[in-house]
Design a protein. Sequence first.
Length: 324
Amino acid sequence: MKFNKSFVLIFMSLLLGGVISGQGIAFYETELSTALQIAQKENKSVFVDAYAKWCIPCKKMDKVFRDQSVGKVFNDNFINVKLDMDLPSSKIVKTEYDIIFLPTFMILDPQGRVRYKVDRVLTKDELLVIANLVADPNVYYASDATKIVSSPVVGVGVKRTKETKPTIYNNTSMVKVSDVKTDGEEKILYILDGDNAEVPPEVLFKEAYFRMELMDGSHDKAAMAYLDSQDDWTSELNIRFIYDFLTDVNSPLFQFLIDNEALFLEYYDRQQLNITKSHVISQRLYRGLPRPEYEEAVELFKILDPQSAVQKAKKYISTSRSQQ
């Protein structure tokens, strides 16, 4: 008995376990390996939406995915699949494709090699531009499954053929993603403005360190979001986390250090701890606005040296007033 191509595709579609359909992008919710089987039979690339149910930026993409023009392009040209990164079946995908932040979107060839990857919220226009960038099946914007060209891509890709090894080339005719008007650079997790109750603690942990690298002042709030998820602040992981985020004498983290200094001395030597305390206190004394009054200055100097605190506070106030 012979099976025609249509029957095979219908059968494979049934294996996928469900399609999220509508006027926009029709997503399969299945394992990536199954989506790649369909892609190989239809000779299409795979569009992957790596998301989590708790990820607020991921939910913002739903409106973009429902757009008719986006749906037509992606339904005609790609096998579209949603991958819940919290499922056990997604752990291998997360590791193999180096998925760190959500949402992450990828275009894969039928063999599962990355053609394009980006880890931030996208607009309708950006999605359409990306579809245009990968219209040529021989064009790759990533050299392999884990090392990618940072997005937005500016007309540089990797071209592969069966006969030759990958070679870098420039294609100036392609539209730059950076030329597309966006609603901002909202990216990756950015979960702090929503309800963190369902967010895994390990995600909040990574979010805090990422925001520290941004140096935009949002890391303190992120650190507290993680610590609020912890019943025990005294574990080694949390002690080291708190130490890394000691930036403000008025924060619960600094007060925790003062109240539990013996715990920190298990992982940091006395000199190192004193240098850190001195730095944080100096930030308040000499950079904080408004400057501390006498009573606050005494309390701050007491943390460093109780015996000389009053004398140093008087000198500090005298010097501060002479500079006004």
